[in-house]
Write a protein of this length. Structure first.
Lengths: 183, 361
């Protein structure tokens, strides 16, 4: 298994920490992982992205031109990364604020209204874990137990009381994601 | 598995420093290496091991604090990124002239000038050929993974104390900012004053007793003969280092017809180029210098008998390629491909460059 994922969105959406949780969950599965952020002069509200690779083998390049899965959380990210998904790959997007929807016919496309689901769960901060749920549904490469362990590893202990809420968000994302195009 | 952590390269430098018994870190923040000092400040090792962590008023101050600490036989270090390392060059030359051990970390970014904050390898010349004045060398280690960021802190100090030559970890923004699995080294205690006196009392200023001559550390000699003697001693050491401390790694090179040469993060990108070329039946391999000084000159020369040609890939305009050409000495073509200013080359574009510059010749 070798899954190359890019997650892109606004700074503040939890893009980097979602990448970290995925990477930690990968470690819990006994996989090799890498986490490579874009680190331009970013700020809250600016764009940001992270490339996460989970693999059975030693990871050669942590930077890739084309990915298996792209998770895009705003219009700029969608415009930039839709074309970078490999043929037969997966695109997951949040339709909130999107005016031009994905157009490719040679990839699987999923959408998840994560902002709305987060409000329903009463905490906008768990937005990125709803996205996590959507990823796990679309690309079941990690099992839920390891995600929970990965969360534990990546969160400081004082935040461990929030793990049940986060796992609830994962469930909500898995349930709420909808496949809009399949190949 | 409990010891496996997911950390940034920069964070690992800090963790490894504390664990290897480092006595002092002196630095000044600069992207993309600021997490080194941030992590140290967060860990507050002065409460546990007694390690000093100090944000100096400038890079120049930091390197001179390193000089002071090193005089006392302490394990001291600094870190910065390209523009900051330029500021340290005078201090580095003095450290070399005074034959002091220390560790310097350069998490390179694009230059020249203030440049960008993205990864680059354009400080190869500065690091390997001497960015400061005088005939000196540093022991230069080029990590290509977060794990090696951990391993080379301890190794850097070990080699630096062995030869009393400053060691530099030449990393870049990619290795500094990325997270990977890492197994941190076991904890070592800091050396006691008694241990420093026992192991390094013949030169360090620590531990002057009534019956011992004072140790004077300086890089100044008013007589040219004295200075020539210092230079001869340094050159003898560099020769010994060249003979004994070369480290390199090969990847699918045993039967290779073409060989990529790359260090640090470029070697990661190149290994993917090797993999895809092998899938297409092309016998491509790679040699990765791990020590940039001492350079694996002999090993590369040896490959010149086996392969049809070389291509060096660097995130600069062609620096290490000069050392590769010196090693190959005209026996086979040595091509170059590079990106600069903070751009990381992709495995695919390296393949295109190979087709154009090497395979079709």
């Amino acid at each position: 298994m070798n899954e190359e994922i890019i997650i892109a969105g606004f700074g503040g959406q939890g893009v980097l920490s979602l990448g970290k949780i995925i990477a930690y969950s990968g470690i819990m599965e006994g996989k090799e992982v890498s986490w490579m952020p874009s680190y331009g002069p970013e700020m809250r509200g600016g764009t940001c992205n992270v490339t996460v690779i989970i693999s059975d083998n030693k990871i050669s390049s942590p930077v890739v031109q084309r990915v298996d899965t792209a998770v895009v959380l705003n219009q700029q990210a969608l415009d930039k990364f839709e074309e970078e998904v490999k043929e037969g790959g997966t695109l997951i997007y949040d339709p909130n604020g999107i005016t031009r929807h994905p157009e490719r016919k040679d990839i699987n496309i999923y959408k998840v209204d994560a902002a709305r689901l987060a409000v329903e769960l009463g905490n906008p901060k768990i937005y990125n874990m709803i996205i996590m749920g959507a990823i796990l549904k679309a690309r079941p490469i990690l099992n839920d137990e390891n995600v929970e362990l990965g969360l534990k590893k990546s969160l400081p202990e004082r935040h461990h009381k929030l793990i049940p809420l986060n796992m609830e968000a994962v469930k909500s994302g898995s349930k709420g994601v909808e496949q809009v195009h399949s190949i | 598995m409990s010891d496996v952590k997911l950390l940034k390269g920069n964070e690992v430098i800090a963790e490894a420093a504390i664990r290897c018994g480092c006595d002092g870190y002196f630095g000044y923040p600069i992207t993309p290496q600021s997490e080194v000092m941030e992590t140290l400040m967060e860990r507050a090792p002065w409460n546990t091991t007694g390690m000093v962590v100090l944000q100096a008023e400038s890079e120049v101050a930091a390197i001179n604090m390193v000089y002071g600490g090193a005089c006392c036989g302490k394990k001291v270090m600094t870190s910065s990124s390209s523009p900051g390392v330029s500021l340290k060059q005078e201090g580095i030359s003095y450290l070399c002239g005074a034959e002091l051990p220390c560790l310097i970390v350069n998490v390179q970014r694009g230059g020249p000038g203030l440049g960008t904050i993205q990864p680059s390898q354009a400080d190869y010349f500065q690091t390997v050929k001497g960015g400061g004045h005088g005939d000196y060398k540093l022991i230069v280690l080029a990590p290509n993974s977060v794990q090696e960021m951990n391993d080379f802190v301890d190794l850097g100090f070990e080699l630096s104390f062995k030869y009393r030559v400053p060691a530099m970890i030449l990393s870049d923004g990619m290795i500094g900012q990325m997270m990977e699995k890492v197994t941190l080294s076991p904890k070592k205690p800091r050396r006691t004053e008694e241990e420093i006196i026992k192991e390094d009392g013949d030169w360090a200023t620590t531990g002057k007793t009534a019956d011992r001559e004072q140790n004077v550390i300086t890089s100044l000699a008013l007589k040219a003969e004295e200075q020539e003697a210092t230079n001869l001693r340094l050159q003898a050491k560099y020769k010994e280092i060249q003979e004994n401390e070369v480290r390199y790694e090969t990847y699918k090179a045993d039967d290779a017809e073409y060989l990529l040469v790359a260090f640090g993060s470029c070697s990661r990108i190149c290994s993917k180029t090797v993999d895809t070329a092998r899938e297409d039946g092309i016998k491509l391999g790679m040699i990765r210098p791990i020590t940039l000084f001492p350079f694996p000159t002999k090993q590369i020369k040896e490959f010149a008998k086996q392969v049809k040609g070389f291509m060096t890939v660097e995130m600069n305009a062609g620096q290490m390629v000069e050392d590769v050409r010196l090693a190959v000495n005209g026996e086979k073509p040595v091509e170059f491909y590079g990106r600069f200013g903070g751009i990381i080359p992709s495995p695919e574009e390296i393949r295109v460059a190979l087709e154009k510059q090497l395979f079709n010749k």
